[in-house]
Design a protein. Sequence first.
Lengths: 160, 433
Amino acid sequence: MEASNAVLFSAITLINLEGDLLDQGDFNAWLALWQPDGLYVIPIDPQETDFKNSLNYAYDDHQMRMKRVHRLDSGESISTTPRARTLRTLSRFRLLEADEHQVVVRCAQSLWEHRKGNSRHYAADVTYHLLPQGSQWLIQQKTIRLINGDDVLHSIGYIL
Amino acid sequence: MFCQHAIAVKNLDATPPNHAEIAALVKADRVHTSLYTSAELFELELERIFSKTWVWVAHVSELPESGSFKTTEIATQPVIVVRDRKGEVRTLLNRCRHRAATVCEQRKGKTNSFVCPYHGWGYALDGSLRGVPHPESYADQLDKTELGLVQLRTEQYAGMIFATFNPDIEPLSDYLGAAKKWIDLFMKQGAGYPVKTGPAHRFRFPGNWKIQLENTTDGYHFPVVHRSFLSSVNKQTEEMLNFVGGSGYVEDLGNGHSVMVMIPELVDLEANLDAPIPERFLELAEALRQDHDEPQVRRIVRAVGGSGFNLNIFPNIACSMAFFRVLQPLSVNETEIHHAVITMDGGPDIANQARLRMHEHFQGPMGFGTPDDSEAWERVQRGATAGDNLWIMLNRGLAGEQPTADGLRSDVSAETGMRAAYQMWKKLMTENS
């Protein structure tokens, strides 16, 4: 029990760090949290499991994550200049799997964005697949299942 | 500051504008800003455009067998599009004939019937009223033959299904006219497999529907609004998409339809199969060679890249390079857009995966293209509230416009397609009903 609590605590520490880096706009530090072959995915249908053969909102490998970060920083995109302010809270952490190769944690994300006078809320179930790499853990997969993913959305000019 | 472009027109007041007043809002080279901002004109558009002409409701791949259905809206009215037992596609108003409740709230599925959840009236797939619970209370005063779900005239061309509230309108085939050959070209992205659509990225933006309609035939904005997207693709793709100033063109096809050819060499996806495979598809081509001969590899690869044109069909559907763009007006200043992905039904997984990834890259609320478009449209709507009698200028490419067999043609960044749509708008809005 103590061992799994320690694993969960380490996972929560990484997940909170990730959320803070995204809210603070420290995207290069965010990129460094990832396994090179990691997958950042936001399916349309929250029940979907075959992401590769489905249409998603985002299906980002390392190259696409770098491009997404560039888009937020470059000033080339009118929908991300100015960038939306975001504030996310992550809670309800549950350890789903843990062995020496992989730790899987599911949690709830409640995110507020604010841009040009409008605030909007996005709630999601987020599942993290984390890989222990020595003393450091890296993200192998982050799956964001928006509770309204299969409904009508508005532009999301930041990283969920 | 005095603006030389201001032309005095009567401000729309509480009385409905008459035909002459509406006609004065659309000139050969400009339209009045009230087309974006007047709630009164919006109400008239629902009545005179969306209830009078052909409106796209589905693609056949969404209704593969008897009982398959989807729910959607024609402007603000909920409808069901369903394939009945005999295989005929029907469009039914999603409204129980008893006390109006919608009889179906699922977006798609398969069923044997539609049963109203309020009092249990049951309808067959063809819309006929099959039975009502406890009919004895009606004695003989319920004529079930009169109380089927209201049906709209429904016709299709090349898998594109349209419906209309107008029983007297010309056949769909005539309405589409010169757009049909472009639909045929667009469907070549099946590469021999049936074209399959869905799912879609669905999003809303705070602006008038015609702003989006214009955008599909607006080549001029691409290098400006999509700078961020262009920086995210390889050099060869960026050069291909740098089409403003190129040999492409916009053509008015009649009835408000238009085509914008951005990449002329990608108009016919089954031609030029010997052309070099673009760098971005080399890996895909190599993988396809394991199971396909070279001509088929090239056909699939060309199809994956999508067509080199946007076909804008008035008023709500576009065959836009590699996807269907569906627009739905919600109010004068709110519009819903669906960008439905297209894949090859039964085609190679790797080819369809490439299509999915390309769609995600540009489209949708988190794509690298759509959010920037959406921001621009939102700004148009906001800017349109400034000034009193200002106009939306649509005179780009007018100087070089030439008649063709189908209509009028000008350069690739001309506003010819917008002028075509607004002339159709004017015709429908001022027609005697």
